[in-house]
Design a protein around this ligand. Structure first.
Ligand SMILES: Cc1cc2nc3c(=O)[nH]c(=O)nc-3n(C[C@H](O)[C@H](O)[C@H](O)COP(=O)(O)OP(=O)(O)OC[C@H]3O[C@@H](n4cnc5c(N)ncnc54)[C@H](O)[C@@H]3O)c2cc1C
Length: 394
């Protein structure tokens, strides 16, 4: 590729590629450390197209550090519905999660980063890298940008990871979702394990008359989605296709770059949610960038601090989540029916209400494993759980 004609820019302390929630969180944190920060985004509008169900736990929402203007609904629990007719309602009685407009949320996050001093360059895509320089094309023509540290927040198909030849996430799920005009219960999210046996299908209420229905999986995803959507008769106003990476890439840093959010495969393997974990990684990457720049050290050993930080914070959860994801692949409708029946025990429901945390599901798993009733009903789950917490394979 010929770089002649590419305009050279001043060197930035940090360049963030991608202005999704994770890129904007990284740009904000870097700007707050006083680092000169540029955030590059290939789309002309931040937050669009939306590729998300917009369900955020209270914690995840607070991690975004935004006002309430993106919040469309508050939900206080979930109902699990299996094809065998088993039904489980988990009602926390208080708000457990928010349903948000991701377009508005992403934009507000970028606005905060820009107000803190980060520079944004839209409609500009990175297409080549060389040393600590990257080459972009976009509305301002071809440009060459140098950085001390790069934060790759360019989503599940990360071109930075590809250009750098990094090993990627272990699994990729395809997600399909539509917004439907349809009467529904606005207080509870619906989970339908049998509609997508490789993961699950969902119903997320926006209000009494509007709902987001979707599913994620690895095979025949559109076909399964159209069959699932028959349960929700109504006009569709919005249709989304997206990718969910499952499994963190084996090494998340190298050559002055750190991979955060979906670019690093940080979505939760249990739910596919990536906003909470992604923002946590953004903060760790910004702290590492600050440390490297303050000390003028840019070797891989210095960058490895990033991996230590995220592992201390969410490493165990992600590892255990991946085991649960693998276990999910072995559960058919008979087992999910049995499991839902076992979970309907009032004592077990109490534990779920007490320890349930969408972002850190390992704690509720640990408590559930202490219950013999669940042992009898669902040996496979328990075997997997014991392996998770003790390392022993039964
Ligand atoms: C159907 C579906 C439903 C989901 N539902 C939920 C949910 O309810 N809750 C939840 O927490 N998570 C959910 N997720 C996951 C969530 O959307 C992602 O984890 C989250 O958006 C990750 O944020 P990110 O900033 O890492 O990546 P992204 O949001 O993908 O942002 C990456 C950005 O990088 C830009 N970019 C890419 N390449 C380049 C390039 N070469 N140059 C410049 N810019 C580039 C892209 O345009 C994009 O704006 C869902 C995902 C799907 C597919």
């Amino acid at each position: 590729m010929n770089n002649r004609g590419a305009r050279r820019q001043p060197e930035y302390d940090v360049v963030v590629v991608g202005a999704g929630p994770v890129g904007s969180a990284a740009a904000l944190a870097c700007a707050e450390y006083g680092l000169s920060t540029l955030c590059i985004e290939e789309h002309g509008t931040i937050g669009y197209p939306v590729q998300c169900a917009g369900l955020l736990s209270q914690n995840a929402f607070h991690e975004c550090e935004v006002s309430g203007k993106s919040v469309l609904n508050e939900v206080s629990g979930a109902e699990v519905v299996t094809d065998s007719g088993n039904h489980l309602l988990i009602n926390a009685g208080v708000t457990k999660a928010f349903v948000v407009d991701r377009g508005i949320l992403d934009r507000e996050m970028a606005e905060r980063a820009a107000a803190a001093g980060a520079e944004f360059r839209l409609k500009t895509a990175v297409f080549r890298m060389e040393g600590n320089r990257l080459f972009t094309r976009g509305v301002e023509g071809h440009q060459e940008v140098s950085y001390k540290v790069l934060i790759a927040a360019d989503g599940p198909r990360s071109s930075i990871a590809r250009l750098r030849g990094m090993k990627r996430a272990g699994f990729y799920l395809a997600g399909v979702q539509a917004e439907i005009i349809c009467e529904n219960d606005p207080l509870f999210v619906g989970v339908y394990p049998d509609a997508s046996p490789e993961f699950f299908a969902w119903r997320i209420p926006i209000d009494r008359k509007r709902v987001r229905i979707g599913l994620a999986g690895m095979t025949r995803v559109k076909e399964k989605f159209f069959s699932f959507s028959q349960r929700f008769p109504g006009s569709s106003l919005d249709f989304v296709l997206g990718t969910i990476p499952i499994g963190v890439m084996p090494v998340t840093y190298g050559d002055r770059a750190m991979y955060v959010g979906d670019a690093g495969g940080f979505a939760k393997p249990t739910s596919g949610g990536g906003v909470y974990t992604g923002i946590r990684t953004a903060r760790h990457a910004a702290a590492t960038a600050h440390h490297c720049i303050e000390n003028s050290v840019f070797d891989d050993a210095s960058l490895s601090r990033y991996e230590q930080l995220w592992k201390q914070d969410i490493g165990k959860e992600l590892e255990q989540g991946l085991l649960m994801f693998r276990m999910r692949q072995t559960l058919g409708p008979v087992e999910t029916g049995r499991l839902v029946r076992a979970l309907s025990d009032p004592e077990i429901l109490d534990i779920i209400r007490q320890y349930g945390d969408m972002d850190r599901p390992a704690s509720v798993m640990k408590e559930l494993l202490k219950k013999p009733a669940l042992y009898r009903q669902s040996g496979m789950l328990i075997r997997c759980g014991i392996r998770m917490f003790t390392g022993y394979t039964l």
